[in-house]
Design a protein around this ligand. Structure first.
Ligand code: ATP
Ligand code: MG
Length: 274
């Protein structure tokens, strides 16, 4: 996906929600976008599959520009978007019907739809819930079904706009590990938008948006070693990084740390030496 100098302004607004964003996302990449409230993250997600069209600039997916109406079908087959609230994304009263909705709209033959449902449920670890009622599922399970619904379209890229924001820690973990597995094992291109800094650590590349512009870009390590700069954009480093940085300032010999597992391991290592 190539995003070329894209600007977007909502009707009746006097400022650009996106103000000249350029970004190239390679096949198989895992990119995370962070930024304070109103920085333009959701607008970017909606532009990616043509739900919104750029006011200026262009977004090209696999050679198809979102600006051409006749391309939207091809684009939406390639780019699946999952939003924050699973309740707004589930359409049927039985899980398998919900997952079938996307492929049915694409005109996929009946028999193949069955195979796609199998594949999608397996990918999100929900095989036993094929006949279940979505409303009875937990938040994490509902969101996994929403992801399965998108996977049944067989997209090459998954865009998740704060898809873990309404979930409890268990649900968040379920969803993030499903997404990580899809990227690592199935080569799915992933773009996640999140307020949880620990989720960002899994990405190959982090993009920081502020007031509709890309202001920082780099690996999680690069981004989280720039604590002061992040603060300027009203963002924080992950909690384990913060703790490790303070302990290091206090004289403890710790490496650079971005997740709680590593922090735990390094602290245990130090304790053993005492
Ligand atoms: N439907 C809309 N009409 C007018 N302005 C909007 C609309 N949706 C968003 N905006 C404005 O566009 C800007 C970017 O909003 P956007 O929702 O993309 O931000 P965000 O980074 O996703 O924020 P959050 O972290 O709160 O989800 C904000 O100034 C917001 O107020
Ligand atoms: Mg948003």
């Amino acid at each position: 996906m190539e995003i070329k100098d894209v600007k977007f302004r909502y009707p009746q607004s006097d400022r650009d929600a996106l103000d000249g964003v350029s970004l190239r996302i390679e096949k198989g990449e895992y990119v995370s976008v962070i930024g304070h409230n109103g920085s333009g993250k959701s607008t970017l997600a909606r532009l990616m599959n043509g739900l919104l069209l750029p006011s200026a600039g262009e977004i090209v997916v696999d050679g198809f520009s979102t600006a051409e109406k006749q391309n939207l079908f091809e684009i939406r087959k390639r780019v699946g978007v999952v939003f924050q609230n699973p309740d707004n994304q589930l359409v049927a009263s039985i899980v398998e019907d919900d997952i079938a909705f996307g492929p049915e709209n694409l005109g996929v033959p009946r028999k193949e739809i069955g195979e796609r449902i199998d594949f999608a449920l397996k990918a999100v670890g929900m095989e036993e819930y094929r006949k279940a009622t979505p409303t009875r599922l937990s938040g994490g399970q509902k969101q996994r079904i929403a992801i399965a619904g998108v996977l049944a379209i067989r997209p090459e890229m998954l865009v998740l706009d704060e898809s873990t924001a309404m979930l409890d820690p268990k649900g968040r973990k379920e969803v993030t590990s499903v997404v990580e597995k899809l990227n690592r094992e199935n080569g799915m291109t992933v773009l996640t938008i999140t307020h949880y800094m620990d989720e960002v650590c899994r990405a190959d590349r982090v993009i920081v948006l502020s007031d509709g512009k890309i202001v920082m870009e780099g690996t999680p390590e690069e981004i989280f070693s720039r604590e002061e700069e992040l603060r300027k954009y009203e963002l924080d480093v992950p909690v384990p990084t913060y703790i490790a940085d303070r302990l290091r300032e206090g004289g403890m010999e710790l490496g650079k740390i971005y997740d709680k597992e590593r922090l735990g391991a390094e602290l245990c290592g130090l304790l053993r030496k005492i």
